[in-house]
Design a protein around this ligand. Structure first.
Ligand SMILES: [Zn+2]
Length: 142
């Protein structure tokens, strides 16, 4: 039986919890490492629904909710640029600061900032923004 369902899903997660309650960031792992994780069960840290491992050729590896998920933490339609940028920023911050969380769900606020940073007593939420630059010659919608 396979946990990998081959269809498009917008409800992406970069991190999920494994059965031992460890947060796993798929995109930070090598392909071989991801292979060893396949077939295991992963859960959304916010809604605790089971999520699916998605590691195709085109997208960066991530977890996906089931189609009919009612997860409160799900973002709609973030593009791959957004995710790559977010991940780079996360990896960079993690090299500078000890306590950095990716897509940490804040139960109290019912929000999921891209990156959550704790420095001393301060907690800083970071939202990654990625503006689309239209291709040259694209003059419509002016
Ligand atoms: Zn969820």
């Amino acid at each position: 039986m396979s946990n990998i369902i081959n269809r498009r899903c917008l409800k992406k997660l970069l991190q999920a919890m494994n059965q031992e309650k460890h947060m796993i960031t798929l995109a930070a792992l090598s392909k071989a490492e991801i292979q060893t994780w396949r077939g295991q069960k992963f859960f959304c840290p916010a809604c605790h629904e089971q999520v699916i491992v998605k590691a195709g050729e085109r997208n960066i590896p991530h977890f996906a909710h089931q189609r009919n998920s009612r997860c409160p933490a799900v973002h709609k339609g973030e593009g791959p640029f957004h995710e790559k940028g977010k991940l780079r920023l996360f990896q960079w911050l993690r090299n500078q600061f000890a306590d950095v969380g990716l897509e940490t769900y804040l139960q109290k606020l019912k929000q999921r900032p891209d990156i959550l940073l704790r420095i001393g007593q301060k907690t800083i939420a970071v939202e990654f923004q990625c503006a689309k630059i239209p291709p040259p010659g694209d003059k419509k919608k002016e």
